[in-house]
Structure formats: structure tokens, C-alpha cells
Design a protein around this ligand. Structure first.
Ligand code: G3H
Length: 490
């Protein structure tokens, strides 16, 4: 049954929306025709509602004197615990919508939900430790200081479509637990799955702490930024959106940024790599959720000595991956949720082929609407769009190399610096190379594909890949500041 989402949350009130709504479609077909399925509609709000939500967050923060930022730590934790308990009762509804709205497989949708619940519990535990660590006395050179960690103010929180629950909450949960207040706008794809959680927000937190509005980014986030009343822009998505929003803030240099952005993580396959293991890891790394992960392996460098064997076996393995709808047993590949994505993938393929690359796998690039087969493209050169752009989809560029300096030079030149995977047998002999890689990116994965988890590890990037660090350990720090009261020890 279609869901017509009519409510939004502002100043502790679940308000009924009577204005324009935007239709929500799934690219998954409910018949064999590949036609999109109508899922329902969500409010298409504009500037007045955006500004009301912002005012509610500003009022709840109350220049740092509001109930929420001044609340005792254990009371804030209690609100968060209440929220997560209520959230858990919505598991089935949210998981179903994750499958329909973004096409994530059933096991991965369950994982997204459960991982988010764990993340909230772990963040609460970290917060208890953080509070103990930070609220302490220190004395240096006769000056006694009582150090604490406090909130930054009002946070605008914008999440991505590929993890519409998990990554949004990786921003929102630590932000509010630290005593900030927030306006949160769900991603356009994955908008309905927030609906079942609106009541939980309303019932668990004091009014104005979490405000949820729906609509297009430009209509909501733009006017909010222009007021200059946002202290933190928390966004996981594209740097073009982050830059545009940052520029709209009248005092952008004092805006705190917590950003997870693009990446072009390379996988480097050395001549002595264990090919069975490497092929499995590269399949998962390039094609989990059809490559729509910032942590996906987005370019492979394969040593000349093994390129023929690797390319042949890898291409065959890609063609054997089971394709279907998210709820189909054992399925690995699913339809892409962005309506225009197949067209974009085709453009990248045409560009690569026109510049001399071949599609190595038989099924590569074939599609019926948004059901698109991954394409393995080789030999890729640096003038091709698929080398330059973050494809965020099922197209795998491969380059070969004979000297390790080549991938290292490319990484040094790249605009991105999130992670790398290194495949080779004698990893101990590789220690100097590992050190070099660690100075180019933020996580070096040995004989394993790139990924964000376990969520306790720092999740960040160099250059255009991130600003600030997210993780159970770091996010609370990213959304707060250490202050202290000093007195002379007379
Ligand atoms: O899209 C970026 C996500 O942070 C990827 O997370 O590595 O757990 O899939 P993941």
C-alpha cells in the first residue's frame, strides 16, 4: 500500500502537512515489466517550514542555556536510550522501506538497521567515558583548570541515499547526545523510511532538540544556511553540495564542518597476491550495494605479471553474481535507486570505449531500466572519465602497472584520500610501502577490501574525501569543543 507521509516534526510537535507533496517511486518493479513502482509521497516543503524548524532548534539551544545543552549527562543518556528502544520496535517497517526505496538487499538492510542500533548504544557508552575523561581538574603553572566538553550549537544534518538511516544517524546521534540541537532533512531517496521514527524522536527528546523536515536540499538547506544561525554543517554526500551550502553561510569561516565526501579508493594487486582471496575481496569491494558506497574500491591496479589471469577470472566472477530484487535469496546485485544512473554509467562506458578501453565481461553494461550489469573496463587510462570521476555505481576500471610508483603517483595526484587495499602475500616485506600508503590515505587494508567498519575505528579522509572524523570514538569529539574554567591557585 502506498505511504502518504504527511507529518513533520518541529518544536516537539508532529505537524500535519497540507502543502505540496512529491511522489516517491522505487526503481524496483513489482511486475516483470521493469516499470517503476509507486511507493507514495512525502512533503515537499520550502523556506517557511525550513526556517521554522531552524528557529525551533535555535530556541531549544537557547544560547547554550536551553534545557538540552544544560541537562545532566545521565538525563540526556536516558532520552537517547528511550529513543533507541522505540526505534527497535520499527525494525521491520524500516527494513522493508530500505529494500524498496534504495534497493538494498534484505541481509544488508537488516545490517544497516542493526548496525545503527549498535552504533547508538556504543556512542552512549563512549559518551559516559568521554564525560569522565573531560570533566576533570588540571593544574599547570599555578593555574587550576576545570576542563569539560560542551556542545557547539545548532547542527544542520543532511545524510546520503546509500545509507539513509545509518549514515544520517552517525551524524545526528553524536551531535545531539553532545547537547547540540538539530534540523535534519532526510535524503530525497530513502525519505519514507524515516517516517516510522518521527514519533520516537518526538516522544524521546525535549521539544526543538530534533526537528525533521522534508523536501529538496536547495529549498530547505539553502535558506537555513543563509540565516547564519547554523553552527555545524554535518553532511555525508557530495563536496559540490557541501561547498554550495558552506558558501551560503554569511560567516562561513566560523562554521564547523563535519563532512564525509567522495573517494576513489584504489585496490593494488601485487604479483604474488593470492588470487582466490583477492578476487573475492575485489568483488565485495567494488560491487557491494552495486558500488554505491563511498568506501567502495573504485579503481583497480593490477601488476603486469598477473593482469591476464586476474582480469579473466575477475570478469567471469562478476558475470556469475546473482542479480535480482532485494528480497530474493542470495542476491548480490539489485536495481540502482537513482533513475538517471544507468544513463550516466553508459556515458562513462562510451567515453572509455571511445578512448581505447574494452568491456571485459560478457554481460557488462547490459541493462533493463535500472537493472544494470556491472562492467569491467580495461585498459583504463587517465584521460577517461571513469578514471577521473567517482562512479558510485557498477563499473570497474582496471589499470595495469609494472612499477609500484605508478599507483603511488596517481594516489598522490588524486583529489581524494580515504582508503586503499593492498593485495600481496609477503606483507611484512611491504612495511615501507604500507607506511607510504598510510601517508596518502587514512586507512590501509591488507588483503581485504575497503570498508568503514567496525564503527569504532576512525572514519575520515584526506584532501576532498572528508572534513573531521566520524566513528563511535571520534564523532562525539567532532561535534563538541573542550572548554575550561581557570582560576589562580592562591
Ligand atoms: O558510503 C560510504 C559508507 O560509509 C560505506 O560504509 O563501508 O560500511 O559500506 P561501509
Amino acid at each position: 500500500n502506498p505511504i502518504h507521509q504527511k507529518h513533520y516534526l518541529v518544536d516537539g510537535e508532529l505537524k500535519k502537512w497540507n502543502g505540496e507533496s512529491a511522489d516517491v517511486y522505487s526503481t524496483i518493479s513489482s511486475t516483470k515489466t521493469y516499470a517503476p513502482t509507486f511507493l507514495g509521497s512525502a512533503p515537499d516543503m520550502g523556506e517557511p517550514e525550513a526556517l521554522n524548524a531552524l528557529e525551533a532548534a535555535v530556541k531549544a539551544y537557547g544560547k547554550g542555556q536551553g534545557t538540552w545543552p544544560t541537562m545532566r549527562v545521565r538525563d540526556r543518556i536516558e532520552c537517547m536510550e528511550q529513543f533507541v528502544e522505540k526505534m527497535k520496535t520499527k525494525r521491520e517497517e524500516v527494513v522493508k522501506l530500505l529494500m524498496w526505496e534504495i534497493g538494498k538487499t534484505y541481509p544488508d538492510s537488516l545490517k544497516e538497521f542493526d548496525r545503527t542500533v549498535d552504533y547508538i548504544y556504543d556512542t552512549i557508552e563512549e559518551y559516559k567515558t568521554l564525560d569522565r575523561d573531560s570533566a576533570k581538574f588540571e593544574k599547570h603553572a599555578e593555574v587550576m583548570a576545570h576542563i569539560r566538553r560542551g556542545p557547539l550549537g545548532v547542527v544542520l544534518c543532511l545524510g546520503p541515499y546509500n545509507y539513509p538511516l545509518n549514515e544520517t544517524f552517525c551524524l545526528l546521534i553524536p551531535a545531539i547526545l553532545m547537547g547540540n540541537t538539530a534540523v535534519f532533512k532526510p535524503a530525497k531517496i530513502g525519505v519514507l523510511l524515516i517516517t516510522p521514527l518521527l514519533e520516537a524522536f518526538q516522544e524521546s527528546f525535549p521539544k526543538g532538540v530534533v526537528n525533521v523536515v522534508f523536501g529538496r536540499g536547495r529549498a530547505i538547506a539553502g535558506p537555513i544556511m543563509k540565516t547564519g544561525k547554523v553552527d555545524v554543517l554535518a553532511l555525508i554526500g557530495h563536496s559540490s553540495s557541501a561547498n554550495a551550502l558552506q558558501e551560503q553561510h554569511p560567516k562561513s569561516n566560523r562554521l564547523r564542518l563535519v563532512l564525509g565526501l567522495e573517494a576513489k579508493n584504489p585496490g593494488i594487486v601485487l604479483p604474488d597476491a593470492d588470487l582466490d582471496l583477492t578476487i573475492n575481496e575485489c568483488l565485495a569491494g567494488t560491487l557491494s550495494f552495486n558500488g554505491q558506497r563511498c568506501t567502495a574500491l573504485k579503481v583497480l591496479y593490477v601488476h603486469d605479471d598477473i593482469k591476464d589471469e586476474f582480469n579473466g577470472r575477475f570478469s567471469e566472477a562478476v558475470d556469475k553474481l546473482p542479480f535480482g530484487n532485494p528480497w530474493d535469496e542470495g542476491v548480490k546485485l539489485t536495481p540502482l535507486p537513482e533513475p538517471q544512473k544507468p544513463e550516466y554509467i553508459q556515458e562513462l562506458l562510451d567515453d572509455a570505449v571511445s578512448k581505447g578501453a574494452r568491456i571485459l565481461n560478457k554481460k557488462g553494461g547490459k541493462h533493463f531500466d535500472n537493472y544494470i550489469w556491472p562492467a569491467v573496463v580495461y585498459p583504463v587510462t587517465k584521460d577517461m572519465r571513469v578514471y577521473e570521476e567517482e562512479q558510485f555505481g557498477p563499473i570497474i576500471p582496471i589499470l595495469s602497472f609494472d612499477d609500484i610508483e605508478q599507483p603511488l603517483d596517481d594516489m598522490a595526484e588524486s583529489n581524494y584520500g580515504q582508503q586503499v587495499s593492498l593485495f600481496g602475500k609477503d606483507v611484512y616485506a611491504l612495511a615501507p610501502l604500507i607506511d607510504t600508503l598510510a601517508n596518502l590515505v587514512c586507512r590501509v587494508n591488507l588483503n581485504s577490501s575497503c570498508q568503514r567498519g567496525p564503527d569504532v575505528y576512525p572514519f575520515t579522509g584526506r584532501k576532498d574525501s572528508a572534513v573531521a572524523t566520524l566513528s563511535v570514538h571520534d564523532a562525539l569529539r567532532s561535534f563538541s569543543i573542550r572548554t575550561f574554567v581557570a582560576s589562580k591557585d592562591n
